[in-house]
Design a binder for this molecule. Structure first.
Ligand code: ADP
Ligand code: MG
Length: 217
């Protein structure tokens, strides 16, 4: 029998983060017992009885790890920037799920002159904190409109003048007649570890961090 103190729980989100994290686990000789993309189970055992995976929303990963419900996790820098609170270490940039946080406007809109003319810029985004910091640095007054998805729609129907969103190929922007005009930050996913686990489960957690790091170099 493995006691719960002898188990490491890793929080992952379905989709690209799970997909891109699996090779790190495979590299350690670890496989998942069920396929999370097919199974409805939210707790997935692995071939290593000392490691289990929990499946959570991408933006919930830091919450589970920070509060010690998971010992370790993988989260996008975008999610980490928006997340408040301490008790989280970010020991490794895994260089997966890479994209950019960008400002985009409708095709044909002269962003620079809109900014220069002043007035409040209405910005729709899921990334309110990152957007607020970015525009404050530029000295641009903004009205931030919090959305949970489909940001591209906002400028098309007059909800906002600009959006702040993640961009990789730019195809979604293009398909919606939008154009990226400013880069805010490069984004990739990070291995995160709870301060408590690093202390109390050091002998279990540190080898996982080391193995992830070895795969990176
Ligand atoms: P969700 O839809 O729940 O936000 P995603 O799988 O779309 O989940 O995103 C998970 C993480 O992957 C994001 O937090 C971000 O770091 C990264 N990501 C999001 N969109 C892209 C993209 N187009 N290309 C690369 N990475 C991305
Ligand atoms: Mg998404």
């Amino acid at each position: 029998m493995v006691k719960s103190g002898d188990i490491v729980t890793m929080a992952l989100s379905k989709g690209r983060i799970l997909e891109d994290t699996l090779p790190f686990l495979e590299n350690m000789g670890i496989e998942l017992i069920d396929d999370p993309e097919k199974s409805r189970k939210l707790i997935i055992e692995t071939s290593d009885p000392r490691l289990r995976i929990i499946i959570v929303r991408a933006s919930d990963v830091p919450t589970y790890v920070q509060r010690g419900a998971a010992d370790i996790g993988v989260a996008g820098k975008d999610v980490l920037v928006e997340h408040d609170g301490d008790g989280l270490f970010e020991p490794l940039d895994l260089k997966i799920a890479q994209c950019k946080l960008m400002v985009a406007v409708r095709e044909g809109v002269d962003y620079d002159s809109v900014i220069r003319t002043g007035g409040r810029l209405r910005v729709a985004t899921k990334y309110v904190k990152a957007a607020r910091t970015h525009f404050a640095r530029k000295g641009v007054h903004v009205d931030l409109i919090k959305l949970y998805g489909s940001m591209e729609l906002a400028p098309l129907v007059g909800l906002a003048d600009a959006i702040v969103d993640l961009v990789s190929s730019g195809k979604t922007l293009q398909a919606n007649n939008l154009r990226a005009v400013e880069e805010i930050q490069q984004i990739s996913s990070r291995l995160i570890v709870s301060a408590a686990a690093l202390k109390l489960k050091h002998d279990l957690v540190q080898p996982i961090i080391d193995a992830f790091e070895r795969k990176l170099v």
